[in-house]
Structure formats: structure tokens, C-alpha cells
Design a binder for this molecule. Structure first.
Ligand code: ADP
Ligand code: MG
Length: 247
């Protein structure tokens, strides 16, 4: 099992952003991507999730060897791809509980109903784990949530949807240290040999709590360097100056 990206190229409004990107995440592993602003990290996560602002102009995104390029966003989600957005969207008029329930219902075989009692039990258990107040079940998805509350809510969605691959785009930004630990605990509780993670972050700090198997550096639409967890420490100490010397 793996999520494999081969020579991926993607553009926005005709401007190339991803320029032949290669990445292989075997199930069971946590890969981190770091890199300067504007290098295309969020674009990569959105292209994998199937966001339609981006035109894939070449290459492949393979889930267990099957190209998912032609699948719509919802089909990719049902196939097991989950994206926690850098800037989570608000969904006015839809309560958090109903949103999650609808998302899970959409994954049920035709004619089967989600068990309401089991659903609430599972949601409350996960909210407890994330130290989220129950009042968030009734509030509209992300509406008026603080930055940190939105990020926590993204992790709640991830935990409920139980994805095969979770892409977390700067889930740590806007979190204080206590919230960061709570989010990391949620992510770590989901680590399993069957599941992979792609964690995009600016800061080594998150990786103190979510230990990556591999760290990649992205620059100008490509992965330019990969290494172990120690690479994140090196980047924290020395920055991205080395990128300038290589070109
Ligand atoms: P990162 O997450 O690494 O900071 P992004 O993927 O957000 O980088 O952005 C990479 C480049 O693509 C930037 O120059 C950004 O302005 C551009 N870009 C990304 N998404 C869009 C979009 N929807 N419309 C126009 N430009 C975009
Ligand atoms: Mg980004």
C-alpha cells in the first residue's frame, strides 16, 4: 500500500506551480514536507485531494498503484484521501455534527443508515481526546471558530473519517503549545501500519510531537532534498540558504 506521486506537474491559470514532483509514502509512514513560502506545498496537497483550481498537466498520483487523477474530490475522499486545509473553509448553516454524519453516511453502502447512537458516541469520544467542548457539535462548521479551533476541528474530521492517507497542511500554524500537543496526540493515535501521513509544516516544533519517518524539502515545485527526522533540525538551524547555492 502506498501513495505515490510521479513527475507531477500542475498549473494555476496557466502558471506552472508543481514542476515534476516525485514522492512515495508507503502505508505506515509519516512524511513531512518543509520549504519556503510559495514553493507549492499547499498546491501539492490540494492537487492530491483533487481540488479543481489546479490543472494537472503531467505525471501521476497513484493510490495503491491506481491513478486517481480522474476521480472527483468526493470520490478521492471515499477512496481514503483526507486533506486538512491550511485555511479551513466555513460552512454556514451546517452544524458540525450534521456535516460529519453526512460525510460518513456518504461512505455507507446504498440503503444502509448510519447508526445515530454509535455516531454520537464515537464523535464525543474523539472530541474528548481533542479536548473539544461539546458545544462545537451544534455550531456551524468552522463559522466564527478561532484559528486553533478550526485546526482542532480538522483533526476531528480526520479522526471521524478514518482515512488511508491524511494530508495535514500547516495544521500547527495558529496553535498554542497546549493545542499543538492535543493535535499531535490525535494524529499519533491514528498512526497505524495501514495509514500514511503527509505533514506540511514550517516549524520543526510540530515534528517534536509527530515524529516523521522522512522529511522532504520542497522548493519551486519540486522535492529537492529528503532525509530523516534530523533534516528538520538542520533546516531549523540553518534555514533554506542551501537552496540558493544549488542553482
Ligand atoms: P506554499 O504552500 O508552499 O506556501 P502554495 O502552494 O500556496 O505554496 O503556492 C505556490 C504558488 O502558487 C504561489 O506563488 C501562489 O501564489 C500560487 N497559487 C497557489 N494557488 C493559487 C490559486 N488558487 N490561484 C493563483 N495562484 C495560486
Ligand atoms: Mg501553504
Amino acid at each position: 500500500m502506498s501513495l505515490t506521486i510521479e513527475n507531477l506537474q500542475a498549473s494555476v491559470d496557466g502558471t506552472p506551480i508543481l514542476k515534476g514532483l516525485n514522492l512515495d509514502i508507503p502505508a505506515g509512514e509519516v512524511h513531512a514536507i518543509m520549504g519556503p513560502n510559495g514553493s507549492g506545498k499547499s498546491t501539492l496537497s490540494k492537487v492530491i485531494a483533487g481540488h479543481d483550481d489546479y490543472e494537472v498537466t503531467g505525471g501521476k498520483v497513484l493510490l495503491d498503484g491506481v491513478d486517481i487523477a480522474d476521480l472527483e474530490v468526493d470520490e478521492r475522499s471515499r477512496a481514503g484521501i483526507f486533506l486538512a486545509f491550511q485555511y479551513p473553509a466555513e460552512v454556514p448553516g451546517v452544524s458540525n455534527a450534521n456535516f460529519l454524519r453526512a460525510a460518513l453516511q456518504a461512505r455507507m453502502p446504498d440503503g444502509e443508515e448510519i447508526d445515530a447512537v454509535g455516531f454520537y458516541k464515537s464523535m464525543y469520544a474523539k472530541m474528548d481526546e481533542l479536548e473539544m467542548d461539546r458545544k462545537f457539535t451544534k455550531r456551524a462548521v468552522n463559522e466564527g471558530f478561532s484559528g486553533g479551533e478550526k485546526k482542532r476541528n480538522e483533526i476531528l474530521q480526520m479522526m471521524m473519517l478514518d482515512p488511508r492517507y491524511a494530508l495535514l497542511d500547516e495544521t500547527d500554524s495558529g496553535l498554542d503549545i497546549d493545542a499543538l500537543k492535543v493535535v499531535a496526540k490525535g494524529v499519533n493515535s491514528m498512526r497505524s501500519p495501514q495509514r500514511g501521513f503527509l505533514v506540511i509544516t514550517h516549524y520543526q516544533r510540530l515534528l517534536d510531537y509527530i515524529k516523521p519517518d522522512v522529511v522532504h524539502v520542497m522548493s519551486d515545485g519540486q522535492i529537492v532534498k529528503s532525509g530523516g527526522a534530523e533534516l528538520a533540525l538542520e533546516l531549523e538551524a540553518n534555514g533554506y540558504d542551501f537552496l540558493k547555492q544549488t542553482v
